[in-house]
Structures are given as C-alpha cells and as structure tokens.
Design a binder for this molecule. Sequence first.
Ligand code: ADP
Length: 619
Amino acid sequence: AMGPPTFRETVSRLWPYLVKRKVAALGMLGLGVVAALGAKATLVFIHPFVDLLFREKGDSLEGEGGDSFLDKLSSEQIEPWLDSLQYGDLAPPLSGVLALVGLMAGLALVFSIAQYFFLRLSRMIGVWMVADLRQDLTSHVLKLDVTFHSKRRLGDLVSRVTADVGATLRTLQLLLGEIVQEPLHLFATFLVAWAAEPTATLGMVIFIPVVAFPVAKLGPRIKRRSARSQEKLGATNHSLLQMLSGIRVVKAFRAEEREAANYRRYNQEFVGQTDRMVRAQAASQAVTLFASQGGAGLALGALVFVDLAVTPIFSGPGTMTVFFVAVASMFAHAKRITKSMNEVFASLGAAQRVFEVLDIEPETPDSAEAAPFNGVKSSIQFENVTFDYGAGEGPALDDVSLTIKRGERIALVGPSGAGKSTLLDLLGRFHSPTSGRIFVDGHPLDDIRRSDWLTNVSLVPQDPFLFQDSIRENVRYGKPDAGDEEVLEACQAAQLGSFLQSLPDGLDTQVGEAGARLSGGQAQRVTIARAFLQGADLLLLDEATSALDSEAEQKVQAALANLMKGRTVVAIAHRLGTVKGSDRIVVLNSGKIAEIGSHETLLKDSGNYSRMWALQSGQ
Ligand code: ADP
C-alpha cells in the first residue's frame, strides 16, 4: 500500500547517513567548488588569446559595447600585463602567449588536484554511507521475528540486501558526485558567460526550463519501471534459491526441465521489465538531446538576430567567443545533469525497497511491565492454544491444552505436519499463539521478559547448526563469558572429551569450511555441549532424524541423557529410546492432541500410538 517514493523522501531517509559524514561532506563540497571554478576559469583566457591573435592581424578589436566585466578585466589588467612581458628574444605578443599558457597550466594543475580529492571523497562517502545502511539493514533483519523470515520470500530479501543496496550505492555516488558537481560547473560556466556577455547570457537563461522540463516529466516513470524490474530480479533469485535448496527433490522427481522452465519464465519477465525501464531512459535522453540542441540553436539564432536587427548585444569577438564556448559547455553540463538524474531515478526504486525492509516492525519488544523470570517453579500450561501461520492451510496447532510439570520429560510424536515443531517454537517464543495462552507458573508467557525467558530455555535443533568459528566459541554461544574450564566441562558431559584431546588445536579448532569438518555426531554433541553450558532448565529438543552409525548414536544418546538430567524436557521424538524414557508422550495429529499418557498406558489404549509403536519396533 506504499506509493512510489518521491525523490525528497528517499533523500531525507539517506540524509542521516550523510550527516554522520558531515566533515567529509563539507570538505567534498569545498573541493567541488574549487574544481568547478578552476575548470571554468580557463575559459576566461580565450578572450586575451583571441585579442592577441586579431591585434597581430591588424584588425581593430574594440567592440561597440565593450563594457562587460571580462572586457574591463582584459583591457585594464590582462592586456597591459601581457604587453609588458618580454622573455629574452621574444617580443611582447609571443611572450604573452607563453605567459597565458603557463597560467592556464597552473590553474589546470590546481583544479585537477582538487578534482582528484573531490572524486575520491564523493565516491567514498557513498561507500561509507552504504556500509552503514547495510549494517542497519542486517541488524534490523536479525530483529525481525521468525514468522517474518519464514513467510518472506528469501530470494526477495537476499536481493534487497545485496542488489538493492548496490543500486543505492550507485544512487549515492551519483548524488554526491555528478549531482553535486555538474550544477557547480554549470554555475561556474554561467558566471564566465555572464562576465563575458551579460545581455546574451540573460537571453539564454530563458531556455533552461526547456531542457529541464522533459526530465521532470519522465523521471517518475523511469523510477516506477526500475522498481518493477528489481522486483522481478528478486523473484528470479527466489526461484533459484528455492530450486537449489530443494535440489534433491528436484532431481529425485526428474523435475529439472520443469524448474528450468519456471526459471526461464521469471527471467523473461525480468528482461521485459528491464526493457521497459531502458526504453523510458532512452526516451528521456533523446527528448533531452532534442530540447537542448534545438533550444541552443533557437536561442543563439534569436540573439544574433536581435544584435543585427534591433540593438547590439555582443560586445566584441573576444567576449563573444568566450560566451559561445561557455554556452556550449553549459549545455553539456545540463545534459549530464539530466542523464545523472535519470540514473538516480532508476535506482531510487531500489533504495526505497531497502527502506521498506527497514520499515518492517521488528518483533514486539517487551512491554514495560514485563516480569523478570528465573526458571520454571511449578509448571507450563497451554490453555486452548491455537496457532495459524496464515498460509491458508488452517491452524498448525488447534486448541491445544497441556500442562507440563517442572522436571517432566515430554515426548512429542506424530506424523510430519502434525504441529510438533510449531509447539516447540511457541515455547521458544519464535511465535505467539494466535489464540489461547501459555502460562508459566500462572504468568502469561508473553508478559515475561523475553531475554530472561530465553536465558532459561535451551534449544537443541534437529540439524546441528555450527557457526564458522572455533569449537570454544560455538560451545559458549549461549554464555559468552564462560571460561575454558566451564567450556571443557560442558564438552566432557557432551562426550566430546576424547575427541577434543585428539585435536592438536583443542578448543581452538575451527569448525566449518575453514577448519576441521566435524562428523554429524560430533557436530550434534557440540550443540549439546552448548546447551549444557547455557545451563537452562527447560530443554527444547528436536531429535535428529538423520541416521548415525551405532557408535556415534550411542555417544549422542549418552550426551543427551546427561543433558536431560534434572531438566524439564520437551522433545520431538523420532526414536523409540527417547519415547520410552519420557514421563509422558503427547501424540499430535493435525494440530490436535490425539493421545496423551505414558508409554505403557498408551500401549494399552491400542490407539495411534500403539500402532506406530508396533510399526517401528517391528512387532
Ligand atoms: P511437524 O513438526 O509435526 O512436522 P509443523 O509444526 O512443522 O509440523 O507444521 C504444522 C503445520 O504448519 C503443517 O501443516 C505445516 O505445513 C505448517 N507450517 C509449518 N511451518 C510453516 C510456515 N513457516 N509457514 C506456513 N505454514 C507452516
């Protein structure tokens, strides 16, 4: 429901990032002014050059007007000075040429140096701003709740964080570079033209709107089309990511052709949208070109006509030459401004897509009255809890009521899609119930401080997730200030002791791509050691389904048995061992609790559970 962003909106959102770099930005502006004035000052020297040339040829160059600033400067300052010069054998006009060349070269050197630092600063300020923006974006994305991450299309997000941020960098560099510099040049050129031929310059100014109008007209269209093209790019990325993350399934079903065709369709849409954007850009440039060339011809013709037929406008050949060169260069700058503005408009859509992500509300912060918490005293109670992902498939959990007593071991069983993970996620506060409530010792879970709650909950996920860091850092992820002794103790309890001893670098061993690759069982035990060290007394366990060899399996089971001792455990169980060791088994089916009880009672009831048990144990 967000309208297309205006130029001002986007600039105002980027503004704080610029303010952070204000010293550099002011320096950049100063350098830009020096470079622009320096570059255009050389135009002024055309006048004495022309005079020197024509005086030698015997023409009288005193124009009729001859009272412009440049005329006075030339006749009262520059020319007497040039006439007074004499280098060795060189007579005045020739030595004057040398002096002029020297002056111009000196000026060129100064403005080139200024230009060098201006460009460096303008490019780097953009890079710094975008680095800050990217940091904000990443921190923000990490704060968004899990529901957002699963709903949001991953490819779209990735494309926003990478491609759109890249496009925003381009916008910034254009804004800070060309869009700052070109108007300065334009203004400096205008000053030169004004100094040379004031009346004629005024006449030209009238034609500026003729060039500016088409850009203002076409800009928004380019912006809209660019946003659409970026969206399509997001869809393409998403389809690629989805395809690759499900590559096994794709291959198993021999769906490569179908997936490639899918991708081709997204890709074609992307090409189509980009084509539309390119067409708008090209049209805008062509219109600008026509307006500027036609406008220039018209304006100059009109001026010369008036000079000849009505009243003298031009004051002399020297100033007139300066004026014409200045006008040509003004149009070149105006054209470059419109071209840069087009590009800015094209990348504005991308910048807005970045801000859209920043505008999404992060997970609800704790209310001011959120209660502190330091462990479950008596029980956790689900009261008619329903949770719906809003995907239109009906609730994932449907009116679930369940009391988990402190120290109890609960096993969640049931077919895939029954709602087991959802129930665990609610306890981890990744989601809040859609209706119904969860109470902890009588307090609503949502009213407990999130950080306190999470300190008291340890999650051992199904796929061991390790960060690319040392084993030490991986183990103390939940308790970053733990000392080595504690870390080693946790590793010992997780059956990692002898493994660590076999590693030359011990706890410093890097895991993941850079270092040793841990086996599945070892990685699992590292995550178990992590939970140990965290020491929370509610354990949320998603048992691994991947098959381990029996020795590795035994070690993982022993580590888990150690971990579960004395804690309240809610475990998604896939194995008979875990199920049998629990106090109660909750059988979920289509989001509802189908059966509940101990292994023995459920077997006697001869319901779903006893059938599952019979299947798995082969009886
Ligand atoms: P289980 O862990 O028992 O396999 P889940 O809790 O993962 O079951 O899923 C319960 C239901 O919720 C399923 O129908 C599943 O398709 C749906 N579901 C799970 N995660 C999401 C999600 N992120 N978005 C939409 N629907 C989901």
